[in-house]
Design a protein around this ligand. Structure first.
Ligand code: UD1
Ligand code: UDP
Length: 353
């Protein structure tokens, strides 16, 4: 089969690494990078570290307002699809690159496969929720990571083409944990195992609203101890624009976004993780590190049900309380599968063909 894969943002590079490897054994994969993320440490670093083949096309779209960015992507992806005429298009997750790939493919009547189908936060103020819903409703093959995702699709009347395949992020994690153990990032940042908290923030609702961002930063300062905070470029822009540097406590180390191996090493050895990221909530669970989610909802409800994740929103008091008081007591189910999701996805694609 000839498959065009569309990626564009950091988590998609990580998700596509194990699957591209698996696909390349039997299929011809044309990799399209929309250019949504473009800084070295948001893009090319992951290709180098994870051995992802150089994209066949880099559309160089870059940043922009939702409509402008997505629209320009659709136009450029369409040109690639007309030229390559693939058997299927593969998209990941819920970014604007995902939606652009989905719309371009479905309008050309090219079969569409969606990795991470069926996730819902039930919060339509999130651009990601709109991207997910629309992509799922255009997809022919819906590759669901969890049982909840299958149920969510069923509730919207989507039953055909749905396959429960586990989570490709678990494949990525399992394939890279040994290499991550060799990372020197803890030494470089002067950290000791289980003696620091790891934080990330990048959701629109937490960055673009200065009140929410200030509340999060003030909570980090109040928590005390060592907090290492690799800052997403979106968040850094808003910290600077709103003069919020002074709200960051001296206990908080703001560092550049890190490569996957260094970041995995920091996750694994953290006492707790504070985040609004989807992928990091899952990785925290997989690594059995307690997760404090700086949102009011999550797509990864099983992590909360199992007691390893707590939703605290942006309220300073709740964040500070969770940083000291939240300690998972319960065990875990295998909600993300046992690994081997990439292989299952390739088999689904072949059966589909
Ligand atoms: C996007 C996804 C989000 C995902 C996140 C992963 C959408 C709607 N959002 O959010 O779902 O969780 O990626 O990290 O698709 N910027 C840079 N350099 C870069 C990339 C971005 O400086 O390489 C800055 C720009 O100021 C840009 C801002 O970050 O305007 C936001 O980037 P964008 O790709 O639009 O959204 P993310 O917040 O990264
Ligand atoms: N990640 C990384 N370096 C960082 C922060 C995150 O490699 O500095 C990885 C992290 O391990 C996870 C993914 O990026 O695999 C999550 O991406 P992000 O939080 O940007 O997006 P989301 O998952 O929320 O869409």
């Amino acid at each position: 089969m000839k498959i065009v894969t569309v990626v564009g943002a950091r988590p998609q590079f990580i998700k596509c690494a194990p699957l591209s490897k698996e696909l390349s054994r039997e299929h011809d994969e044309i990799l399209v990078h929309t250019g949504q993320h473009y800084d070295h440490n948001m893009s090319s670093l992951f290709f180098e570290e994870l051995g992802i083949p150089k994209p066949d096309y880099n559309l160089g779209i870059g940043s922009g307002n939702q409509g402008e960015q997505t629209g320009r992507m659709i136009a450029e992806i369409e040109k690639v699809l007309l030229k390559e005429s693939p058997d299927a298009v593969l998209v990941y997750g819920d970014t604007n690159s995902t939606l652009a790939g989905a719309l371009a493919a479905s309008k050309l009547h090219i079969k569409l496969a969606h990795v991470e189908a069926g996730l819902r936060s039930f919060d339509k103020t999130m651009p990601e929720e709109i991207n997910r819903i629309l992509t799922d409703h255009c997809s022919d093959l819906l590759l669901a990571p969890t049982k909840t995702a299958v149920t969510n699709l069923g509730a919207e009347g989507i039953k055909e083409g749905v396959r429960l395949v586990g989570d490709v992020m678990l494949d990525a994690l399992m394939q890279n944990l040994v290499a991550a153990e060799k990372s020197s990032v803890l030494r470089k940042l002067g950290l000791r195992e289980k003696d620091y908290l790891l934080a990330t923030v990048h959701r629109q609702s937490n960055t673009d609203d200065a009140k929410n961002l200030a509340s999060i930063l003030e909570a980090f300062a109040e928590i005390g101890g060592n907090i290492v905070f690799p800052v997403h470029p979106r968040t850094m822009k808003f910290i600077r624009q709103n003069g919020l540097e002074r709200r960051c406590g001296k206990n908080v180390s703001l560092v550049e976004p890190l490569g996957y191996l260094d970041f995995l090493a920091l996750e694994k050895n953290a006492k707790k993780i504070l985040t609004d990221s989807g992928g990091i909530q899952k990785e925290a669970y997989m690594l059995k590190v307690p997760c404090i989610t700086l949102r009011d909802n999550t797509e990864w409800v099983e992590t909360v049900e199992d007691g390893w994740n707590i939703l605290v929103g942006t309220d300073k008091k709740r964040i500070v309380e969770a940083a000291t008081g939240f300690n998972p007591a319960s065990g875990q189910r295998n909600v993300f599968g046992e690994g081997g999701s990439s292989r299952k996805i390739v088999e689904c694609l072949m059966a589909f063909d």
